[in-house]
Design a protein around this ligand. Sequence first.
Ligand code: SF4
Length: 388
Amino acid sequence: MRMPSGNWPRIIAFALGDNVATLEATQRQAFRRQLLRWFDRYARDLPWRHTSDPYSIWVSEIMLQQTQVVTVERYYHRFLDRFPDVQSLASASEEDVLLLWEGLGYYRRARSMHRAAKQIVELFDGRFPNKFSDVRSLPGIGKYTAGAILSIALDQRHPILEANTIRLFSRLLGYRGDPLDREGQQLLWQFADQILPRKKVGRFNQALMEVGSLVCLPHDPQCHACPVRGTCKAFESGLQATIPSHKKKISYESLHEAAVIVRRGNKVLLRRCRSDERWAGLWDFPRFEITSKGAANRQSELRRKTEELTGIDISLAQNITTIKHGVTRYRITLECYAARYVAHKHRQRRSTQKWVSWSALSDYPLSVTGRKISRLKGPIFATQQPKS
Ligand code: SF4
């Protein structure tokens, strides 16, 4: 498909086929003015909006990926208090970084930030780079994040496109194609670039995201309160409910897993997840998929798989609770078992594991479900007294 070039009217003409829009440069200016005026009045007072430090804005941008603002607000200051600059982050252990990240999920973000901080120290003398290509070369930083950091921190002219602006732009343009496919992405990035002002780029980008997040809501857009409804094609044609169209629906997969809390005296067994495992870098109770039916088969499966994973033989395991949770496209039913240590059958070379007292569990970064289990001391220690 041929892509348009030139100004906004030509892009809109491309998006709408015969329904040619006639927005002129003056109307684009009015759009920017209305948006920025609205932002001055209604923008949320968020902590990362009080700084122009690229490092702090980087931290906020990475935390905000896949995580709601209200959650990030709880983590942002804590993280910056502990790691106030690139150097402190680079010199921390991965375990310390993950511990502070615990509960935010998508731990790959934290591991990438940690690696990126080391890279900044090595290649850029510890100063956050100010060239787009340098920022883009860092682990975990894509086109959107690089543009957001540099526009917000340094007011450099870079467009942004993320979930909120994808929805907003699709509706403004009345774009009925899939905004996530190659053509949709090309069109929306080009649009994002065309509407950027020369000055106040950071504020403008934040204003776009804020309108997308507070007004142009996914299921119930608040068009009556929208500062840009005068230039919205979806509003004009009553298509807000059907735009954007996502052709690819996420298909969820059910998984049945077990976590085994193995006791030895007053300690429990933790293992550090390998880089090829779901909770890479975090500590966890032995955990694996289960498929057996019937109580006797389940017991022998738990025993066999615990030994395969840890080299440790366990006694009869007792079900203490079941947790249902979701991770990316997986819907997981996690059966949690308390068991006791019987013997060390063989050494596990590929994994790091430790016996940890219950009170020391708070020193280890755990997954959300691992942390939930760590609050079940009563039921776990009420099970049969272990042999030590
Ligand atoms: Fe979104 Fe409605 Fe505003 Fe259009 S008018 S951008 S659909 S909130």
